[in-house]
Write a protein of this length. Structure first.
Lengths: 1004, 356
């Protein structure tokens, strides 16, 4: 099953960026390396040359590189720059005593052709086997070389591997076959002619003879290059070099022995050749070394980038990207999930593509056509990859037997009036690394959409969000040749602001009315016509709640470890990583079936040593992330002894060479302690965990006849509590690390091998809640108590001493008869009860109980306060409570009444005598009572002042003249008013005094 | 003022029923123009508050009995709203800072200081200072007490503080030294019986001596409790009889039952049931130290001499730890488990020795 991109596709992916640059020939990777690269090269030329000269100035050709590599780049730089300083060194270094200044002429584009020619010629000489100095090649040799080159062209991948896109490196002294290929035929002919001429000239200059083995040496050279140079991260040890245009070249890193061997070989050959290498070579080598050492210290090394960054910078080649599923069939996630999401997306076909969505069977056919309009828009070749599912459909259908029994649980298959699915948003959720984003993208492409992604890196403020949504759903790209409809993928939506999500919900519900529509041209408001897929990690994020209700929620089940391992195995096979299935499964399990982390780990191992064994997996902390463990998992591992599992025996010797032993974990205390510590540490919510252990530990089976274990455990609970209190109160987090040790003790005390029965701790929460309710009732009671009732006590005393007794005091035995029929004793009891209730502000109110019938309940509810199961509350019958409620209400009115009723009664009776009597009465009263009374404005005072008040004023301050009779009445009135308590208390509230009939003509 | 505790509460120092000598001293104290900060201490139901009110009346006249209650809201530095109820007259302010729980410091700073800073409105009043009555003063946290000590010194010209505490042990020495301590001991049984008798007489009831004695016994020399019990008994059965049942406090009964359950069975399952009961008590607002005390009293009275000392030792240890912790239930349960452990061991040893 060819699930992976073949070489061509991979190649395309690799150079996607460049592809995009070539707008004139989009998606045509076949033609890509022709004109484009040469153009690029031309553009870069000048800069490159400048860089080269700068190189030369700063480092004098950095001989240290030359020393450690046999690669060509450095030498080329030197030569290309025409290095006065570096050049000779190199030449001497490599035993070329006198070479023509080959690359010197290539400083401008115009001189490029000859330069390349020269490079053609000198390439083998300078970096091949060092005995040559600008070997003049024969025509035949040149043609052989070219043949080699063209052969390389056919095997494009290999060639790219070899040379990469290095046409902009023309100033370097070796030939880039790609550049060569880029030329037209005429050019090539011209070049050939020129080269022949040039070579002839050189031949004349040179006194050397051509050796017969030149061709074979060239082959060897190519081999050498193939082995030692790369544009990708090679398999062998390498040294990355950054070219001036930020392109990376990887030069093989050889051991010293190898170097020596090669040198020996060379010298040996040199001996054969005759003259140049020998003692002189040694001398040169020494000199070069000295030079190197001198340079090494002060110089920065601009030509060398740090190897570590070299690896990471090569993002384009990360395996995670490389092996990303591109087709539906490649998807690793749960089939059911994939299918249901695809089904949902297909339901949009009617609205989006205007074609009816029929059924599951027809769906596949539609899928094929789904890309149809899209494919028409794009260039034929461009969509090969995207449309490749057409080819695969057959395969897809062949193994689609399970589709029949597919259960799409959450998906509402009904469509609304417009033919859209009822759930207009799909919400993918699941832990990271399972391929949610990949799924969304793949499926959307599969169904013929153009994916527009909005993720956390974008601005997701409500305004920006709104704009993005509207643009995404109502517009389509004009510039892009690809006319496929959009599908919005809102990635990482759980981090979006709440307002944005609310807007999304509104938008989806078609509640958003565009204001521009007021014209009436389009009377119907914007409706959503494009599918929206949201992706989140945590579906229970509070912000997502509104969305969750309307969305088609697809929960990602974890990927099966075996399936993941299978895929990993394929990747390993492809990358020639030695591994076995067992270790891959372990890797998958260790990473919690996180695809991304697994592949990254594999790449890491590959870069390290090209093999992945079980030891590696177990030994490394790779791929382990802080997974969120549920509380139950933690409690489970506290109350259960872990079964033994595979574990790496750590060798105490510390010698890494001998193979580490993979053993089973023992169930020793040390292991268990470590395990519990790990689990508890990673969870972190110690308080909740403690509560959980506390509420569950007594249910565990324990052979503990003497309670020693329980006592020990409880001591640790106390200790934990004290620690937590200290931390909370003093913010003293230095004692925080002691908290998890309690769990270890509890584990050692209570853990068994059996599966523990653990229930969620609710008692603590219930306790706090209930206490709060109780406290509130008690506060209500306290507020109701009249201040004079000091005897009931304050705070705790009221609660503990008074309330229990109150319940009895307020429970008089009353017969179910009317008040009038009660016996004097009962009446007395009743009155007493009423008074107490008044004092304490307690009454009975009628409420509907849960069962539906009405009950009289004390308010504040004394029945609940300090009530224990098995103890009666107020033992008053329903009738008694009803009676009390009524009587209390009456008494309350009566008690309030005398304060105003008393003076009014006095005032109602005629004036002077009673007033006098009253003052007399008040004089008898003790002082403190007297102050309670309103300030006595004696009627006589008023009356005596009344005659003086000749000018009476009406309400508006106008002076009114009254007749004497009127005055009399007025006086009488004022009397009444003065005496009336109303006058006294009339100070606030709604005032009707200004009410007067005013006719309109009065105002005019 | 219908409850007997209120109805027959003495309102003047001269009318107090017991500790008459002390009352005389207090009167003398008031006759001088000035008096120091006071701290009334003694057990609950001994008449501290009664004496304080009498004292205030002696100083300011009947005006102090015109009380109004207010609920004040404070905002703590951590932006929490705390409600505190105050009862005040023109001359004094009564506050229970422990209402605010751990935020009582805010109350002390905001309310007490503010009141202490302001002068008496009525210049021609009897005294130039106001009185702040702090009830349940021993519930004040250390922080609040420290906040109080400077206030007590600085504003001594305008305000006096009268604290009512159960035990001076929880008052920091700095405050203890600033106050004149007045111990109000619980009334003797004879005094209590006399008071109960006189109360019944004023109510027109005949109280059998035996019943009075039982009420006094049950009330643990807490006069408030005794009067409330008597009143409750009266509601239950009006003409008193000697054999009449005296009502108990529910939570005490519950606690007693819990203790006997501990004695009856020592298994983890039982421990869990006990935990439920302890939770119930805590939920209802019974303070954990009272629970401790109740448990220990009943446990000790029901166990063998040899483990009594150990029980008490454990109780003290766990109660002390509980004061440092926040989750009382852990400590209570730990104590119960420890007791179960030693009790069980004791019982099994007993059986062993019986066998031989």
């Amino acid at each position: 099953m060819n699930q992976y991109p073949d070489e061509d596709e991979e190649f395309e992916l690799q150079y996607q960026d460049e592809l995009e640059l070539l707008e004139d020939v989009p998606h045509e990777y076949d033609a890509y390396d022709g004109p484009s690269t040469s153009r690029q090269a031309a553009a870069k030329q000048t800069k490159a040359v400048k860089d080269a000269s700068r190189f030369e100035n700063s480092t004098l050709g950095s001989p240290q590189l030359s020393q450690i590599t046999f690669g060509s780049t450095q030498i080329e730089n030197d030569d290309g720059g025409g290095g006065a300083g570096g050049g000779p060194v190199n030449r001497r270094l490599f035993g070329t005593p006198k070479g023509p200044p080959v690359g010197r002429g290539c400083s401008t584009p115009f001189q490029r052709m000859p330069a390349i020619q020269e490079m053609d010629a000198t390439l083998p000489t300078s970096n091949g086997f060092k005995e040559t100095e600008a070997v003049p090649l024969l025509n035949a040799a040149a043609q052989q070389l070219q043949e080699l080159g063209t052969r390389g062209v056919n095997k494009r991948r290999l060639e790219r591997d070899l040379f990469g896109d290095i046409d902009d490196l023309f100033h370097e002294t070796y030939e880039d076959p790609l550049v060569k290929k880029a030329r037209t035929e005429e050019q090539r002919d011209n070049e050939a002619i020129q080269r022949i001429v040039e070579l002839r000239r050189k031949k004349q200059e040179s006194t050397k003879t051509i050796r017969k083995d030149d061709v074979s040496r060239l082959k060897a050279l190519l081999d050498f290059q193939r082995k030692n140079l790369s544009y990708e991260i090679p398999n062998w040890p390498f040294l990355p070099i950054q070219r001036s245009d930020l392109e990376r070249i990887y030069v093989r890193f050889h051991s010293e022995e190898y170097e020596k061997r090669q040198l020996d070989l060379i010298s040996a050959r040199g001996a054969v050749v005759g003259s140049l290498l020998g003692e002189a070579k040694e001398k040169v080598w020494q000199e070069a070394n000295e030079l190197v050492l001198r340079r090494l210290a002060p110089d920065t090394q601009p030509a060398i980038a740090a190897p570590s960054t070299a690896v990471t910078a090569e993002t384009g080649r990360l395996w995670v990207d490389k092996y990303k599923p591109r087709k539906y069939i490649d998807l690793l996630s749960d089939e059911m999930t994939n299918r249901s999401l695809l089904y949902w997306l297909k339901m949009w076909d009617k609205v989006v593509f205007g074609k009816p969505f029929h059924s599951k069977q027809e769906q596949e056919a539609v899928t094929g056509g789904g890309g149809g309009p899209a494919g028409g828009g794009g260039g034929g070749g461009a969509n090969t990859q995207l449309n490749s599912f057409n080819k695969r459909t057959g395969k897809f259908e062949s193994n689609g037997g399970w589709r029949q029994r597919k259960a799409r649980q959450a998906l509402n298959t009904n469509v609304d009036a417009m033919g859209r699915p009822m759930q207009k948003v799909a919400l993918l959720c699941g832990p990271p690394g399972l391929g949610k984003t990949t799924l969304a993208h793949t499926i959307a492409r599969h169904a013929g959409y153009n994916v527009r992604e909005i993720n956390a890196s974008d601005d997701r403020s409500p305004e920006a969000f709104k704009l993005a949504l509207e643009n995404g759903t109502q517009m389509s790209s004009v510039l892009n040749a690809d006319k496929r409809p959009n599908c919005i993928v809102l990635d990482e939506i759980d981090g979006a602001p709440r307002q944005s999500i609310e807007y999304l919900v509104k938008f989806v519900n078609d509640d958003v009315h565009s204001k521009a529509k007021a014209k009436g041209a389009k009377s119907e408001h914007n409706v959503l016509r494009r599918p929206i897929i949201c992706i989140c990690n945590d579906i229970y994020d509070p912000a997502l709640r509104p969305l969750r209700q309307i969305a088609f929620v697809v929960t990602f089940p974890p990927i099966d470890a075996a399936r993941l391992a299978e895929r990993l195995g394929k990747i390993a096979q492809k990358e020639q990583l030695k591994t076995n299935f067992g270790s891959l499964i372990t890797l998958a399990e260790k990473s919690g079936n996180d695809v991304r982390s697994c592949i990254s780990s594999m790449q890491f191992f590959n870069a390290q040593k090209q093999s992945l064994t079980l030891q590696d997996v177990l030994n490394n902390n790779l791929g382990q992330k802080d997974r969120h463990q549920s509380l139950f998992t933690v409690w489970d591992s506290i109350f259960r002894i872990q079964r033994p599992k595979k574990q790496l025996q750590t060798d105490t010797n510390g010698t890494g060479d001998e193979p580490a032993l993979v053993t089973m974990t023992n169930m020793s205390v040390a292991t268990r302690v470590r395990n519990v510590m790990d689990v508890v540490h990673s969870s972190g919510d110690y308080e909740r965990l403690t509560q959980g252990v506390y509420e569950n530990y007594l249910q565990q089976k324990m052979p503990d006849p003497n309670f020693t274990g329980v006592c020990e455990a409880l001591n640790w609970f106390c200790f934990t509590d004290i620690l937590q209190q200290q931390i909370g109160r003093q913010q003293n987090y230095s004692i925080y690390p002691y908290l998890p040790y309690g769990f270890v003790v509890w584990h050692l005390l209570f853990a068994t091998l059996a599966w523990p029965k653990i229930s969620f701790p609710t008692r603590g929460f219930e306790f706090t809640q209930k206490s709060t309710t109780q406290r509130n009732i008690f506060q209500a009671l306290r507020k109701g108590v009249t201040p004079s009732a000091v005897g009931v006590g304050h705070g705790r005393i009221l609660l503990l001493d008074t309330v229990p007794m109150l319940k009895r005091i307020l429970s008089p035995q009353l017969r179910s008869v009317t008040v009038k029929l009660l016996s004097p004793k009962e009446l007395q009891d009743l009155n007493h009860t009423i008074e107490v209730m008044l004092d304490l502000g307690v009454t009975f109110v009628q409420v509907k109980s849960l069962e539906g019938h009405y009950v009289f309940q004390p308010e504040p509810d004394l029945d609940v306060l300090i009530a224990f199961p098995g103890f009666p509350g107020l033992t008053v019958s329903y009738f008694g409570r009803q009676l009390l409620a009524r009587e209390v209400a009456l008494a309350r009115i009566r008690r309030a009444a005398p304060k105003e009723g008393e003076p009014s009664a006095v005032a109602a009776a005629s004036a002077a005598k009673k007033q006098a009597a009253k003052t007399a009465a008040t004089s008898h009263l003790p002082n403190h009572l007297q102050t309670l009374k309103p300030k006595p404005i004696s009627a006589s005072n008023v009356r005596s002042s009344a005659p003086k008040q000749q000018l009476t004023k009406d309400f508006f301050g106008r002076v009114t003249h009254k007749t004497s009779t009127a005055k009399q009445i007025d006086e009488a009135k004022t009397d009444a008013i003065v005496k009336s308590p109303i006058w006294y208390r009339y100070k606030e509230g709604f005032n009707n005094a200004v009410r007067k009939d005013v006719h309109l003509h009065e105002l005019l | 003022m219908a409850l007997w505790v209120d109805k027959y509460r003495p309102r003047e120092l001269t009318k107090l029923d017991f500790h008459k000598e002390q009352a005389e001293n207090l009167r003398n104290l008031c006759k001088q123009s000035d008096f120091p900060h006071l701290m009334f201490y003694g057990p609950s139901g001994a008449g501290k508050k009664t004496r304080i009110m009498c004292l205030l009346r002696e100083m300011y006249g009947a005006g102090v009995e015109r009380l109004r209650s207010e609920t004040m809201t404070f905002t703590t530095p951590s932006n929490r709203k705390v409600e505190v109820m105050t009862v005040s007259s023109n001359y004094h302010l009564e506050v229970n800072p422990s209402d605010a729980g751990m935020y009582d410091r805010t109350v002390v700073i905001d309310l007490i200081k503010q009141v202490a800073q302001t002068h008496q409105i009525e210049i021609n009043g009897q005294r130039e200072f106001k009185v702040i009555v702090i009830s349940e003063g021993d519930e004040l946290t250390k922080d609040a007490q420290h906040a109080l000590r400077r206030t007590m010194e600085k504003y001594v010209a305008t305000c006096r503080i009268i604290m009512s505490v159960n035990s001076t042990s929880r008052i920091i020495p700095a405050i203890r030294s600033r106050c004149l301590g007045i111990r109000v001991a619980a009334p003797s049984e004879a005094e209590m019986t006399a008071i109960l008798q006189s109360t019944c007489k004023r109510e027109g009831l005949a109280l059998p001596v035996e019943l009075a004695k039982r009420v006094v016994d049950k009330s643990e020399r807490n006069l408030r409790r005794a009067l409330l019990m008597l009143e409750a008994a009266k509601v239950a059965k009006s003409p008193f009889t000697a054999q009449q049942e005296v009502p108990d406090l529910d939570w005490q009964v519950f606690l007693r039952e819990t203790a006997s359950q501990i004695i009856s069975e020592q298994t983890p399952a039982k421990l869990e049931k006990i935990r439920d009961r302890l939770y119930e008590l805590l939920t209802q607002g019974v303070p954990p130290n009272l629970i401790f005390r109740g448990l220990v009293e009943h446990l000790v009275s029901n166990c063998d001499m040899s483990i009594k000392a150990k029980t008490l030792e454990l109780a003290t240890e766990y109660e002390h730890r509980m004061q440092n912790g926040a989750k009382h239930i852990f400590h209570l349960e730990a104590f119960v488990a420890q007791f179960m452990s030693i009790y069980k061991k004791f019982m099994s040893e007993l059986l062993m020795t019986d066998d031989f």
